[in-house]
Design a protein. Structure first.
Length: 123
């Protein structure tokens, strides 16, 4: 968490430009945003950007985002996974990680981000 009481730094990883733009618009007033559109970009942002929380589309153009989740876990960055793929939802459910099914509303997104952050504080 931010030691200087500034806004939390949120890394948003989403390959769909329209969804990414919607997320930026919805979140930019509350968070300092870092954005990536691939697993490679997400890894670079995780290492360079020191995010407080990760919002991650699970299926990205360069593969499933499991490696990004592993990197976030190693860096103790809480992650909220989002996907609209039914097979991915089934695979991810029951793993104890916050999950957001697409399509979702902005209030559901905000609640899920808050839950992901609260869960990381309790660990």
């Amino acid at each position: 968490m931010r030691a200087n009481n500034g806004p939390l730094r949120l890394l948003v990883v989403e390959d769909d430009v329209l969804v990414l733009c919607m997320l930026i618009e919805a979140l930019e007033e509350r968070y300092e945003l870092l954005c990536a559109r691939s697993c490679v970009g997400a890894h670079a942002c995780l290492l360079a950007g020191e995010p407080d929380v990760l919002l991650l589309d699970y299926l990205l153009p360069d593969g499933p985002a499991a490696s990004v989740l592993d990197a976030a876990d190693r860096l103790s960055v809480p992650a909220l996974v989002m996907t609209g793929n039914l097979a991915a939802l089934a695979e991810l459910q029951g793993r104890g990680r916050p999950l957001l099914a697409k399509p979702f509303g902005l209030s559901a997104l905000q609640r899920a981000l808050e839950q992901a952050l609260e869960a990381s504080v309790l660990v």
